[in-house]
Design a protein around this ligand. Structure first.
Ligand code: SF4
Length: 300
């Protein structure tokens, strides 16, 4: 970690001495660990999904609902044996998976934790829950773990990544990452009860005014494989937006959401997950609270 190049920012920071653009140094930090029931249906069998929210993030999304932890980097330091114990707690509680939310910038420590947990009997699948801004080199560190890759493919062009998330080359990096994950892991695989076991599932959050360029995202995915399940999300909440674009100060209209879902269906995806239009009012975490998502149990 003396020259960190884990994410496509490749800022080369010595994390033993300073924080990178992800605001993280060489201590793994967690904002919350909760049992989450708000993910797509194949991810929430049993008690739900055991979600670990990591502090810090290589992206700077101006509408991030997790800003308290992703950008203000609130949370506490955990060492790999402690994270391994949390993973095992989730298994003990009946969760169908361990869901690692934005783990990229801590990949070496998270993988060490996973190794400890597997040695101690962790059997449930692991979800790598990512914003899509990934380097192939970092994804290769996860190869062999047989993960579920839940990728939020945010934008269908590079300019929007700069404008809304403060990162260069988002679309180039994310396309490369998604293609690599599909080629190495294939589409999402379910067990006999419909619970996710491994493979790729892609999300897309529709933004007001179609700013996310959703058709380009869907067309890219359809070219890759219509077997990849697509989750079209409506939950954009303008309450978290800190930028200066007027149209980002409203929710997505029913018409905007509908045309994106219709395009996904027209393109022939085998599985399309959708959300209700009031979802924006449902997922508003407060990570300062002992229950960040209201009805969800906090483990950490
Ligand atoms: S993970 Fe953090 S420190 Fe490493 S390259 Fe990305 S932003 Fe920089």
């Amino acid at each position: 970690m003396n020259v960190c190049n884990l994410c496509p920012r490749r800022c080369g920071v010595d994390r033993s001495r300073a924080r990178g653009a992800c605001r993280s140094d060489d201590r793994m930090k967690i904002g919350a660990a909760v049992i989450h029931r708000g993910e797509e249906p194949p991810l929430v069998h049993g008690a739900g999904s055991g979600a670990v929210f990591f502090a810090g993030c290589p992206m700077r999304c101006s509408y991030c609902q997790n800003r308290q932890i992703s950008q203000l980097c609130r949370g506490r330091t955990v060492h790999p044996p402690e994270l391994a114990a949390i993973m095992l707690d989730f298994q003990e509680a009946g969760c169908s998976n361990v869901n690692l939310v934005s783990p990229t910038h801590y990949s070496p420590w998270v993988l060490e934790s996973l190794g400890i947990a597997r040695d101690r009997g962790l059997k449930i699948p692991v979800v790598v829950n990512s914003g899509g801004y990934e380097s192939v080199e970092c994804l290769d560190m996860w190869a062999g773990q047989d993960c579920i890759y839940l990728v939020d493919l945010k934008y269908g062009d590079n300019d929007t990544g700069v404008r809304l998330s403060g990162v260069e080359g988002y679309w180039d990096a994310a396309r490369k990452a998604v293609r690599h994950l599909y080629e190495t892991s294939g589409p999402l695989v379910l067990d006999g009860e419909g619970s996710a076991v491994r493979g790729l599932l892609v999300r897309h959050l529709v933004l007001p005014g179609m700013r996310s360029n959703p058709f380009a995202v869907l067309e890219f995915l359809a070219d890759l494989s219509r077997e990849i399940p697509v989750s079209v999300m409506s939950q954009y909440n303008p309450a978290f937006y800190t930028g200066d674009l007027d149209d980002m100060r409203r929710t997505v209209t029913p018409g905007e959401y509908r045309v994106v879902v219709e395009r996904a269906l027209e393109l022939g995806f085998e599985t399309v997950f959708t959300q209700s239009l009031d979802a924006f009012d449902t997922y508003n975490p407060d990570f300062a609270s002992c229950k960040p998502f209201d009805d969800l149990e906090r483990v950490l």
